[in-house]
Write a protein that binds this ligand. Sequence first.
Ligand SMILES: NC(=O)c1ccc[n+]([C@@H]2O[C@H](COP(=O)([O-])OP(=O)(O)OC[C@H]3O[C@@H](n4cnc5c(N)ncnc54)[C@H](O)[C@@H]3O)[C@@H](O)[C@H]2O)c1
Length: 251
Amino acid sequence: MSQRTAIVTGAGIGLGRATALALAEANYHVIVTDILDDEGAQVVAEIQKCGLSAEFHHVDVTNTEAVNRVLTDVLDRFVTLEALVLNAGIARTLPLSSLEDADWDQTLDVNLKGMMRVFRASLPGLLEADKSSVVCISSIVGAVLGWSEHIPYVASKGGVMGLVRSAALEFASKGIRVNGIAPGVIRSAQTLDPINSLGEEGLAAFAQTVPLGRVGNPEDIADVAVFLLSDKARYLTGQVIAVDGGTTVSL
Ligand SMILES: NC(=O)c1ccc[n+]([C@@H]2O[C@H](COP(=O)([O-])OP(=O)(O)OC[C@H]3O[C@@H](n4cnc5c(N)ncnc54)[C@H](O)[C@@H]3O)[C@@H](O)[C@H]2O)c1
């Protein structure tokens, strides 16, 4: 049985959902994980309806014990893990003047420490695979730009850059490639939230500034993730690719 196994975190909606669907189409058995149980189950149903292969597991990336338990169960059954997409993330508007320690901790716990937790628990399967590949979702804010009133978010996404570069070196000789994607502005529940992000009007206004003339779709990110995870990217490790319609080179 030569089907490869992939895990995606935060895969019930948005970029994670699109990536799970694209990986299933690329013939991976996809382990869809999220704290959104109904949405995650729907993604699995959508995949299975196309005759492709997936299963859902509730995984809160802030819960070390739960992450370890689910990964142990999955790796007991599949042994090897060929692809891992560390996507779960939250964005909150948090001005520094009123920033509570708990707000800082929550954003870093999901966006950066959560990534480390799932990566660490996945290591036995990634190492057991002949070749394996990890994609971490950063952001153009954090990778290149800042974002006013979002210091914790931007700091977490900058931290992802460090995680990618260092893990790439730590595991290069062991057959694991580690790369990142820094999405620009992509239409999703996150960016449609007018309190914590741009909202519908903000997205329309931002689209005017993007050299390619539109904000991104989740599929724009999913397709690059599938490429980075594939053997077509076999000589690529330690890089974070901006997928932003030209935003960061236009400034
Ligand atoms: N949309 C954008 O423009 C954009 C830009 C740059 C980076 N990103 C990053 O891409 C990733 C996906 O973003 P999106 O736009 O699809 O957001 P989204 O809000 O639509 O989806 C985020 C997903 O993460 C999950 N999640 C949140 N907390 C979790 C937890 N504790 N454990 C497990 N899952 C959890 C959510 O349930 C959801 O499924 C995030 O890391 C985000 O920061 C998004």
